[in-house]
Design a protein around this ligand. Structure first.
Ligand code: WT7
Length: 676
């Protein structure tokens, strides 16, 4: 495929073309209380002061041994931050808060069933539960620093407890989004080399108690086929002491945590001082080629970056109640439900279920009940709540001072509804642009310092210096009015360290594109390629258009088109599969799936369903195609490549352009008729 074709099939191409919007300014009341009101912060974090500016974030943490080298570039582009430092993430998120705040709520848990009461876990409770579980991991499972453990858990307090218990021991956790299938979980067990899987028997979703244990059985079985043996499966119980899953426990392999934990009551585990650059966790994400990438995040650099950004961008104060309505199974939850907020001693809300259960007023009732004043969510949720309950927020007595939107571009119309209705015209909004790979925010306004502009993420964060290149590597200047590939010029502490077990892929995918000299040890030669298209306005604000690679952002989450296509090819009748993004009112994008069958098979609704089911089974419901179009043949170039650009145009009811040079132009017309 030529470069041009890649760009044309991307989401950027189907992105909405917005007008310049007016600024919105924070209220004097907001500014008066904000954590960061000093405009010189941009100067302090300028490129001239790089990398030493990040000392400010490192100093928000407690170190066993203070680091000696801010940034080590000797293994470029695998940057090392705070070298020589020893630190423990669990200690920083729990122990150090006890002296002054042991009675403070660390986690407010909101179960989905309305008849179940909120649970308020204090920092002291968290300390006890994390210690006991860490003792179990160490003494019952034999886990030690550097080992990997796969977690496949829903949105329950046991998830951060498990993560923090791992962190206490230096064990690298790899949490797989609870909605992913057992097979998707297996791929991550295999890639990370985990011998222990931690799961939960069941959880609530849209009013039903879902059997989750069964996914563990599938995961372990698949992993075993690939030669990765899981020795122990730890099963938390949604209702301690009671089994909520009909799936049987495998003798000698599966253990109910609540049973084993009895042996560890009262146990205390000294946090293990870890080198700053020791991996804290893996988070798998989709990329341009099929296999998910295990983004490896560090302990010291990552924690410093999420603590600093939680304080300055999320503006969390000790008395605030902070609710990030994301799933901890994604990076947003790791950075801005668990590590960032807990590192700065916040009260963080965890909600088990779906925002619209049992109705679209649910989030606002939770906000009212807990007196939440900082709210964080994604455009997909905002669109859904706007669609089904536009008047709901006004019915409840809550007041947000601060709100976040994250995960995909937000349409200015939706932004304005969020501001006016959800924020009651009082709350400031930060539109934070970042990625699984980047650990924390790349672009955002600083809430008390830089005004908001609907649809724009804003300027680079302090210490983050974006740059936009065109295809030939020329810099697109401010106000050029043209989209290009947005990169970051400099390293920063939150950035992932590598792709687990695949340094080459790390360098090729993220640093090779605009690297001036592959032998260079100077960070200036290694711009980080985000894979997004963006335009920079005259005022230095960045508007993100979407992905430039073959990744579809569904409800704010990246799905590899190749992953979905490979899942479809599991069905024996399928010869070829092509996935394209279609604009969707709520989800932002949805995958549309085109299928060509092997000779001798014919299209039917049953077959289409079988293919769709295979995808849900292989990846999870999040990847379910909007529609499976079984076509006679794929539109192809003369060299035999599937023209996804043409399929994308058809699905989005756009002009397919010139197709006369295709090998089979007649099929285009046929598919158009079908999709109409
Ligand atoms: C991709 C990263 C960021 C954590 C959740 C998703 C898109 C993210 C924004 C935003 C426009 C955004 C980008 C990015 N994206 N935030 N505020 N405005 N687009 O993490 O799954 O790694 O996806 O999400 O395309 O590259 P992820």
């Amino acid at each position: 495929m030529t470069e041009k074709e890649i760009v044309e099939t991307s989401e950027a191409e189907i992105a909405v073309h917005w007008q310049e919007e007016d600024y919105y300014h924070p209220s004097p009341q907001f500014i008066a209380q904000a954590n960061m009101t000093d405009p010189s912060i941009y100067q302090r974090f300028s490129l001239d002061n790089f990398p030493n500016c990040f000392k400010e974030y490192a100093d928000m943490l407690d170190w066993y041994e203070y680091w000696h080298t801010m940034l080590d570039t000797s293994d470029a582009p695998c940057w090392k931050w705070f070298v020589g430092g020893k630190i423990n993430a669990s200690y920083n998120c729990i122990d150090r808060h006890l002296a002054k705040n042991k009675n403070k709520t660390a986690i407010h848990f909101v179960p989905e069933p309305i008849e179940e009461k909120y649970e308020h876990i204090t920092y002291q409770d968290l300390f006890v539960r994390v210690n006991e579980f860490a003792a179990l991991l160490r003494d019952f499972c034999g886990l030690k620093a550097g080992d990997r453990v796969t977690l496949h858990m829903p949105m329950v307090p046991e998830l951060p407890i498990t993560m923090l218990a791992c962190a206490r021991l230096g064990v690298i956790h790899s949490q797989v989004f609870g909605g992913f299938s057992g097979t998707a979980c297996a791929d991550r067990i295999i890639d990370s080399g985990s011998h222990v899987l931690i799961t939960m028997d069941a959880y609530y979703r849209s009013g039903s108690l879902i059997d989750h244990k069964k996914n563990a059985d599938v995961a372990v079985e698949h992993a075993a086929k690939a030669g990765q043996k899981v020795d122990k499966v730890l099963v938390w119980q949604r209702y301690p002491g009671k089994n909520s899953s009909p799936t049987t426990m495998v003798e000698g392999r599966d253990y109910f945590v609540n049973g084993v934990l009895k042996d560890f009551y009262g146990a205390r585990v000294e946090p293990v001082p870890m080198p700053a650059e020791a991996p804290l966790f893996l988070m798998y994400t989709s990329g341009t080629t099929g296999k998910p990438k295990g983004c490896q995040h560090s302990t010291g650099g990552y924690l410093a970056y999420v603590a600093g950004t939680s304080k300055y961008v999320q503006d969390i104060h000790p008395e605030d109640v902070y609710w990030c309505m994301a799933d901890i199974g994604w990076i947003t939850g790791h950075s801005y439900i668990v590590y960032g907020p807990l590192a700065i001693c916040a009260s963080s809300v965890i909600y088990e279920g779906v925002p619209t259960f049992p109705d679209a007023g649910r989030p606002w009732r939770i906000a009212q009940d807990l007196d939440v004043n900082i709210f964080h969510t994604a455009p997909t949720a905002i669109r859904a709540l706007r669609k089904i309950g536009p008047d709901e927020p006004a019915k409840y007595n809550y007041h947000f001072k601060h709100m976040t939107t994250v995960g995909e571009p937000i349409e200015p119309e939706v932004w304005k509804w969020y501001h006016k209705e959800v924020g009651k015209g009082e709350a400031i909004i930060v539109d934070t642009w970042w990625q699984t790979e980047t650990g924390g925010f790349l672009c955002s306004t600083l809430p008390a310092l830089t005004p908001m502009k609907p649809g724009s993420a804003g300027p680079g964060m302090p210490g983050i210096h974006p740059i936009i290149f065109d295809e030939d590597g020329n810099i697109l200047p401010q106000g050029a009015g043209k989209a290009g590939n947005i990169c970051i010029q400099n390293p920063w502490p939150g950035a992932f360290q590598t792709i687990w077990g695949d340094r080459n892929r790390f360098v090729t995918n993220y640093y090779a594109r605009y690297c001036k000299n592959p032998d260079s040890k100077d960070w200036r030669d290694w711009p980080y390629l985000t894979g997004d298209a963006a335009v920079e306005a005259k005022d230095g604000y960045y508007r993100i258009l979407g992905r430039i690679d073959d990744v579809i952002n569904v409800s704010g989450h990246r799905l590899g088109t190749k992953e979905i296509e490979s899942a479809a090819l599991v069905v024996p009748e399928v010869a070829e599969a092509a996935v394209v993004p279609v604009a969707h009112e709520i989800k932002g994008r949805e995958p549309d799936l085109y299928i060509a069958l092997k000779p001798g098979f014919s299209a039917s609704d049953a077959l289409a369903k079988k293919i769709s089911d295979a995808i849900c089974n292989e990846i999870g419901k999040i990847a379910k195609p909007r529609k499976v179009w079984i076509v006679r043949d794929m539109p192809k170039t003369r060299s035999g490549k599937i023209m996804r650009r043409v399929l994308g145009a058809i699905s989005n009811r756009k002009d397919v352009g010139d197709v006369t040079t295709l090998a089979n132009p007649d099929v285009v017309e046929e598919i158009q008729q079908m999709v109409k």
